[in-house]
Design a binder for this molecule. Structure first.
Ligand code: GAF
Length: 389
């Protein structure tokens, strides 16, 4: 599948600019096994890069304008690197502009270039196509102009670009897109950015994503609001328990003890975060021990928390998880990513996948008149150079 994408991108570049691309980059989307809305709360997360990617082709162009082309969108823009970089109404271009702005603000020197890209990461499905765009684009410029930016800094600059575009995200998406390894999940300590790889071995279960195929529009504002509520929550914790600096050092009892002085929404968000951080630690142990049933149970609990305490689910996602809960062959299911639409991540006993896919698709269509999309993802490598010669 990715070979076709690479061929399409490199051919397009050659036909458009009359020469082979100098630099070809593959940049993946991500899944997250567990640990949602935890990265910006100094906790642990358990994501992995996937085999759905954006392919970029680059070269210098010795002119006074850079050209960037999104093949799939049939859209392109030109930019003069000497002009101020500003936000526009065209979202995908903002991620690219955001990276150029980060490079310039950090003092990196580079010249005008051409870039084309094409993707098979579904957009708006919670698979982090934006992180793949930011990190792959920066990775390519880093190679093309020998900027010597370290992988972790590529992730951090990608995150800053996303902030500039307007989502006050954590580091999980960019980190996993850059640092992913085939068949491994990454346990990231989002306070220190230390990380370790764990085998992504789900034994008798298949990892399948069900895409609700909806994207509710409050995502950006609600995401930023959740982050502010958590900041308010931890500020109250700190002023009442000197010595505690983040939610990972709290017990549920600490939060419950503050219920009377926290606003109801702040209390619910804080309690979710403390519980979710603990779930990630337990889930990672369960995965290491091959105890997929325990991992799945924790995933169901995460969904419940995201729905009731964090309030980032929606009718469509709840319906998918509630339906799968009634299936003995489904050991775990939960909404994945920021919420308000996108995918659920599910662990389904091998041999039962087709039956459950068919049944859920029919029920989902009956309930909402929307086609359920299904992805059988594999865990792949992080952003990398592709050598075509
Ligand atoms: C989005 C954000 F970009 C991530 O940083 C993370 O917070 C996630 O939502 C929720 O876990 O993907």
């Amino acid at each position: 599948m990715n070979d076709i994408l690479i061929q399409k991108t490199t051919r397009f570049f050659q036909e458009k600019f009359g020469e082979k691309a100098a630099t070809i980059v593959l940049s993946p989307g991500r899944i997250n096994i567990i640990g949602e809305h935890i990265d910006y709360n100094d906790g642990y997360v358990l994501p992995a890069a996937i085999d759905k990617i954006i392919c970029f082709a680059f070269d210098k162009n010795n002119s006074n304008k850079s050209k960037i082309i999104a093949i799939d969108l049939n859209d392109e823009f030109e930019i003069d690197l000497n002009d101020p970089i500003e936000l526009t109404d065209n979202t995908w271009t903002n991620y690219v502009r955001g990276i150029i702005k980060q490079l310039q603000t950090s003092g990196f020197k580079f010249e005008e270039f051409n870039c084309v890209f094409s993707s098979n990461i579904p957009v708006g499905s919670g698979l982090s196509s934006s992180a793949a765009l930011e990190c792959g684009f920066l990775f390519g410029l880093n190679e093309l102009f020998n900027l010597n930016i370290k992988p972790i800094d590529i992730a951090l600059m990608g995150q800053s670009a996303e902030h500039w575009v307007g989502i006050n995200c954590g580091i999980m998406d960019q980190f996993s897109s850059v640092m992913g390894l085939e068949n491994k999940v990454i346990k990231i300590d989002c306070r220190t950015l230390e990380y370790e790889y764990h085998n992504a071995d789900f034994n008798d279960y298949s990892l399948i994503l069900f895409d609700s195929n909806v994207k509710h529009s409050l995502m950006t504002s609600a995401y930023n609001e959740r982050r502010e509520q958590c900041e308010e929550g931890i500020a109250i914790v700190k002023s009442n328990f000197p010595g505690i600096t983040s939610f990972r050092d709290c017990t549920e009892q600490h939060i419950i003890g503050l219920q009377n002085i926290m606003r109801a929404d702040v209390f619910k968000r804080s309690l979710f975060v403390v519980k979710e951080i603990n779930r990630v630690i337990l889930a990672c142990e369960a995965l290491d021990n091959g105890n997929i049933e325990t991992l799945g149970k924790l995933m169901f609990e995460t969904h419940e928390g995201l729905s009731v305490e964090y309030e980032v689910s929606c009718t469509e996602l709840d319906m998918i998880v509630d339906t799968l809960k009634t299936e003995e062959a489904v050991v775990g299911s939960r909404l994945m990513g920021g919420g308000f639409g996108g995918c659920t991540i599910n662990l389904i006993k091998k041999g039962h996948e087709d039956r459950i896919k068919k049944k859920l698709s029919a029920l989902y269509y009956d309930a909402f008149g929307i086609e359920l999309k299904i992805y059988d993802v594999k865990i792949g490598n992080g952003t990398s150079l592709y050598k075509n010669n």
